[in-house]
Design a protein around this ligand. Sequence first.
Ligand code: MN
Length: 140
Amino acid sequence: MNLDPKRSTIKAPAERFTGDVYVDSINPRREGSKMIVSCVHFTPCARTDWHFHVLGQTLHITEGVALLGTRDGQVIVARAGDTIYTPPGEQHWHGATPTDLMSHLAMLEGADDGTDGTTWLEKVGDDEYAAAAAAIERTA
Ligand code: MN
């Protein structure tokens, strides 16, 4: 075994995220493995664009409060310690609430073509995000 030193924190690209999001890569895809793990840090109101993962994704909230949405209108509010699973191909987004930082571990398997198997779609607009955030008050 070997120590894998911490990599520098990377700013998530504006073409796939809204707001300030930072990524700590924990397990980049290695030779002979499909496992990919990152710790992703969202500032308040920051979120991913709509996207899906060819082999699904497991998200484990490590800090703060997360907001997640799917195309059927489902909104999930998840807190530190909660785990969310998105099945293969399900379009979704994930992010922080308007009032809280949020960090999650993002765990997924890469595709056979060597990519991370994620397909990125359009942005989550401010109105769409605000509607999802309104769900927090209903569940609080
Ligand atoms: Mn995802």
